[in-house]
Design a protein. Structure first.
Length: 166
């Protein structure tokens, strides 16, 4: 799916009564905010599976925990700065929760999510232009996994969805 189509579909969904937006936020909703598309953050990266494939219990925004399996690690550079993130697996596939240098400024403070896709043998497509806020960024009644500290970086990943402004 193309990025503009993805963003348009998400905005359309957020206008629906079953979206995560609170009714008072939905009334004046004119669309989510995004960084401009950044082709340099559309990456095909090698998946390093030589990691401990143990269970990771991620705390959630509501105080519960969600279980994932650590499935691998990716390493790449953003504007010449090294970044490494762990990827997790659950029943739906790859999951990349992360915090970066934009968190709590231009983007949601608790972090953002991304679902990398298989690209070719041993590689994943990791397109940060599709990074998005968890539903708890819009409504505190949602339970969202909080990115573990091993996926925090000070490097600014200026792509994807920005902080929601009421």
């Amino acid at each position: 799916m193309m990025l503009e189509e993805f963003r348009q579909q998400k905005d359309n969904f957020f206008r629906q009564p079953d979206s995560p937006l609170l009714p008072e936020d939905q009334a004046g909703f004119s669309g989510l905010k995004y960084f401009p598309e950044n082709p340099s953050l559309r990456l095909t990266v090698a998946l390093d599976e030589d990691v401990a494939h143990d269970f990771v219990m991620m705390p959630t925004s509501t105080g519960s925990q969600k279980r994932y399996v650590r499935g691998g690690k990716i390493s790449f550079q953003v504007q010449g700065q090294p970044v490494a993130f762990f990827l997790y697996k659950d029943d739906t596939g790859w999951f990349l929760p992360f915090r970066d240098g934009t968190s709590d400024q231009e983007t949601y403070g608790a972090g953002r999510y991304l679902e990398p896709r298989e690209a070719e043998a041993g590689k994943l497509l990791v397109d940060f232009n599709f990074a998005y806020n968890p539903y708890c960024a819009y409504n505190e009644h949602y339970s969202c996994p909080i990115p573990p500290r091993e996926n925090w970086t000070k490097v600014r990943i200026e792509a994807g969805e920005m902080r929601f402004h009421h």
